[in-house]
Write a protein that binds this ligand. Structure first.
Ligand code: DSN
Length: 433
């Protein structure tokens, strides 16, 4: 019997529910929110129960720094096995020679690329935020915008990347790094065209495939890897895994610089339970069923876009080639903030998002971004997503007809139907009981 006064009784046995009811209650409420609502945030998904097992494992106790086989701490044999599995699976899944699976997020993966390739003050050509770019691609408020010299390309009147503009800016500003990919750009990107421009001005090309990595893995979207010097991604969006980032390349010298940039450059110890969960999701994505998932995500995203357009709602770039789509609410006279609040009350969670040329501040915006990855994971196909598109259109038109005021009765009516649909497609049975 261990009667040490320093050991709280039950420390290794008692579950959260009994030791910390406040945190347990918040987590239980979040589980219910996910079970009873439809998740349309493009950067979210529903991880497998196996991923949850990995996340909640005792590897969370282990501290390591460095790479598998070259650690700065002892006792790393099993950590090495886990990280080596994640690396090997990432390489196999995306068909590349080198992978770093340690970045805590996509932003930190991009920061590591900046550190590996650039000197402070260097010029970087990336997509503007309102056109669909990401904060970590040189936005003024991000360290990539504060410590480097960002030049931004946008989209044309159709909402598409104009490679002519990219080429003109590249020749004018001679960036050391060009970035393609973003957070809210829905169309396929001409990766070969970007590489041609990068080569012409002596720049490196970074492809950030965070928002379509799962489709690349599942064969439902062209891969940027044959064209980019380095590719980054997140694992928690349509790749359907735990939160985190990865960096991929075929260049051995670049891989060494990227590894050093991740650690000790921008990160310290590895979040090993996240790496274990990354290994799990990458393993899942290597299975044949993931190809069907990726194809269905794309079909579902296109179904929502088509449904909304048929109901008179403007969709940026006229549709999508990825898991996400962006509605432009300016013709309806609505803001993204008010519209997302109304949809959330109805059980449809999405995010307000800038649209090209947006004049509203970031906390307001004129758009909504939707994603099909999480709904597809719970089993929705086109019939369900067509219904979701109709609910969204009903709510947006009701608000527009009321001059922007929310229609609480309509929200509650949709909420009831959303709950019923969710009950027919249950998630995490038995979890939290
Ligand atoms: N980059 C943010 C997004 O796209 O929502 C978080 O992943």
């Amino acid at each position: 019997m261990n009667d040490s006064p320093a050991l709280e009784p039950g420390y290794f046995l008692d579950r959260l529910q009994s030791t910390d009811p406040e945190v347990h209650a918040a987590l239980a409420d979040e589980l219910r929110r996910q079970q009873e609502g439809i998740e349309l945030i493009a950067s979210e998904n529903l991880v497998s129960r196996a991923s949850l097992d990995a996340l909640a494992s005792v590897i969370v106790n282990k501290t390591v720094e460095g790479r598998p086989g070259a650690r700065y701490y002892g006792g790393a044999a099993h950590a090495d096995r886990i990280e080596a599995l994640a690396i090997e699976r990432a390489r196999r899944l995306f068909g590349c020679a080198f992978a770093n699976v340690q970045p805590h997020s996509g932003s930190q993966a991009n920061q590591a690329v900046f550190l590996a390739l650039l000197e402070p003050g260097d010029t970087v050509l990336g997509m503007a935020l309102d056109a669909g770019g990401h904060l970590s691609h040189g936005a003024a408020v991000n360290l990539t915008g504060k410590w480097f010299d960002p030049v931004r390309y946008g989209t044309d009147a159709a909402g598409l990347i104009d490679l002519g503009e990219v080429e003109r800016l590249a020749h004018e500003h001679r960036p050391r790094l060009i970035i393609c990919g973003g957070s809210a750009y829905p169309r396929a990107i001409d990766f070969a065209g970007f590489r041609r421009i990068a080569d012409a001005v002596g720049a490196m090309l970074l492809a950030d495939m965070a928002h379509f990595a799962g489709l690349v893995a599942g064969g439902a979207h062209p891969s940027p890897l044959p064209h980019a010097h380095v590719t980054t991604a997140t694992t928690y969006k349509n790749l359907r895994g735990a939160r985190g980032g990865i960096i991929l390349t075929d260049d051995a010298d670049l891989a060494r610089r990227l590894d050093s940039a991740v650690f000790p450059g921008v990160q310290g110890s590895v979040i090993l339970n996240a790496v274990a969960a990354k290994a799990v999701c990458l393993g899942e994505a290597l299975k044949p069923a993931f190809r069907a998932y990726a194809a269905q995500v794309l079909a579902n995203a296109r179904c929502v876009a088509d449904t909304l357009m048929a109901r008179g709602i403007a969709i940026v770039a006229g549709g999508t080639d990825t898991p996400l789509l962006v509605a432009d609410l300016r013709p309806l006279g609505l803001t993204g903030a008010a519209a997302s609040d109304g949809l959330e009350a109805a059980g449809l969670t999405c995010n307000k998002n800038a649209v090209p040329g947006d004049t509203q501040p970031p906390r307001v915006t004129s758009g909504l971004r939707f994603g099909a990855a999480a709904g597809t994971t719970r089993g929705f196909r086109e019939a369900e997503f067509r219904q979701i598109g109709d609910w969204i259109a009903d709510l947006l038109h009701a608000m527009a007809d009321a001059g922007g005021a929310r229609d609480k009765a309509e929200e509650q009516a949709v909420r009831t139907e959303v709950r019923a649909l969710c009950r027919a497609f249950p998630i995490y049975p038995g979890l939290g009981t």
